[in-house]
Design a protein around this ligand. Structure first.
Ligand code: S3P
Length: 472
């Protein structure tokens, strides 16, 4: 694994989130809220438009409208695709005559190519990594870049295996980091071993193999989220495998004209956590949530600890994803601590670690969230930022190389807490604040727009008092 970096903070600062603790609705009430489309499934569905043989028009219904998914759209346009919003759908049209936008030479980087499309993916690692995979599959020449934070995040996790399979990918700046130039397809069938559990790394290699029609076996240390494999299987692609590998055969596939995106379980986790933290009885329902088992770790851990979370109305979408209604009843009485001690469980809640940490801080016993070393490579070093945010409420958190020990029983209080311009940290902080007496200001908390643009509206609908304030 590469050395841990301290990531540069973005140039712009988001507005704060201001939360007054307590619930506005009567105790024992029933609530139902809808959360946005799944970010990971949205990225994959949009990228299906870049696969060979994609239909003239691909409609992605219910896509997540946050900054991370929107970061992919200018890159798709720069490749000549038409992308426009129609209601809650994104409609992607293949180019009649491709009109790629070419790169602007970069002042700091020698050998900056001037004759290929320049694909800027802002701060979205999924957009950049999955795009590199597709481009390495189709042999498209392009430069993929990102903002200063993304330029510090590892790309060698996927570039190394893609290069092993024959792709021509060059780092234009720091080795192992963006920007990269893609200039030739994967063309050597074989087996590659991934050294991290990252689903983005595995998806990049699988997308490259499938786009190139190349027989490839991808071995991975842990079965993290498998949306790419489910989507491609739903397209008719023959993918086999075990807990430790994905085998991409050489058969064909058909990209459909429309893909429906289920609601995001990582976003459903915030209103569920708020409801449980208030512990005032009542029931919360969130319909149409993606119930893919590789995403349900947050609910699994709380259920194992005694929380009443169930699933109703289960079915499977045409895209191969299980969906249903998440139902949370009552609160956290009787829950003493939580524990995450397997890589598969950690990956099933990888984005919910900050939220699980703040929930753990309210419990009487000590909680352990382990196998989490990859969290150091998120938008921030999320082991460090989760600890600092949770400690700002008065909690005691020990940071280990691979996890967090959250000590139980600390007295927690409202106040000014850091959001680190990291959407998951900010939303976790705001959610804990909803259950604490007094006013909390989450500095830069409006960065929730990266994945959950209507976070405050949804939390208000379940009884929170939360607003944005840019006047601190
Ligand atoms: C994602 C995978 C995870 C997750 C991220 C989305 C994906 O990242 O944290 O929010 O869409 O595949 P890693 O692949 O870095 O683990």
């Amino acid at each position: 694994m590469p050395e841990v970096q301290s990531f540069a903070m973005p140039m712009t600062e988001s507005a704060d989130l201001v939360v007054d603790g307590g619930r506005t609705t009567r105790s024992g009430a029933a609530h139902e809220v809808v959360v946005p489309g799944d970010k990971s499934v949205s990225h994959r569905a949009l990228l299906a438009a870049l696969l060979p043989g994609a239909p003239a028009t691909l409609t992605v219904r219910g896509a997540n409208a946050g900054g991370a998914v929107r970061a992919l759209l200018p890159a798709m346009r720069a490749l000549g695709l038409g992308v426009r919003a129609e209601g809650d759908a994104l409609v992607v049209r293949q180019p009649v005559t491709p009109q790629p936008q070419h790169v602007r030479p970069h002042p700091d980087i020698d050998a900056w190519p001037e004759d290929v499309p320049y694909l800027h993916t802002e701060g979205s690692s999924a957009a950049a990594r999955l795009l590199i995979g597709v481009l390495a599959g189709t042999g498209t020449h392009a430069v993929v870049d990102g903002d200063e934070v993304l330029r510090h995040r590892p790309m060698d996790w996927l570039v190394d295996p893609l290069t092993e399979l024959g792709a021509d990918i060059t780092y234009l700046g720091e080795p192992g980091r963006l920007p990269v130039r893609t200039a030739g397809p994967v063309d050597r069938p074989g087996t590659v071993d991934l050294r991290v559990g990252s689903a983005q790394a595995r998806s990049a290699v699988v997308l490259a193999a499938v786009a190139a029609g190349l027989p490839v076996t991808v071995r991975h240390p842990v079965r993290s989220r498998d949306h790419t494999e489910r989507m491609l299987a739903a397209f008719g692609k023959l993918l086999t495998g075990t807990e430790r590998e994905v085998v991409c055969g050489d058969g064909g596939y058909t990209v459909p004209e429309a893909i429906d995106i289920p609601a995001d379980p990582s976003l459903a986790a915030y209103p569920v956590a708020a409801h449980l933290l208030w512990s005032d009885g009542g029931v919360l329902r969130i319909p149409r949530v993606c119930l893919n088992p590789t995403r349900l770790g947050f609910f699994d851990v709380l259920r194992a600890a005694g929380a009443d979370i169930t699933y109703e109305d289960r079915r499977t979408t045409a895209g191969g994803e299980p969906v249903g209604t998440v139902v949370a009843r009552g609160g956290l009485d009787g829950v003493t601590s939580v524990r995450v001690d397997s890589p598969a469980l950690l990956h099933a809640l990888i984005d919910e670690v900050p939220l699980l940490a703040v929930v753990a801080a309210t419990l009487p016993g000590d909680s352990w969230i382990g196998c989490a070393e990859e969290l150091r490579f998120k938008e921030t070093d999320r082991l460090a930022t989760t600890a600092r945010m949770t400690e700002a409420f008065g909690a005691t958190v020990d940071v280990a190389d691979d996890g967090l020990l959250v000590r139980g029983g600390s007295a927690l209080g409202a106040g000014l807490v850091p959001g680190f311009e990291d959407h998951r940290i900010a939303m976790a902080a705001a959610t804990l604040a909803m259950a604490l007496p007094g006013r909390t200001t989450v500095a830069g908390g409006a960065c929730h727009r990266t994945s959950f643009p209507d976070f405050a509206d949804v939390q208000r609908a379940v009884g929170a008092r939360i607003c944005e304030d840019s006047n601190r």
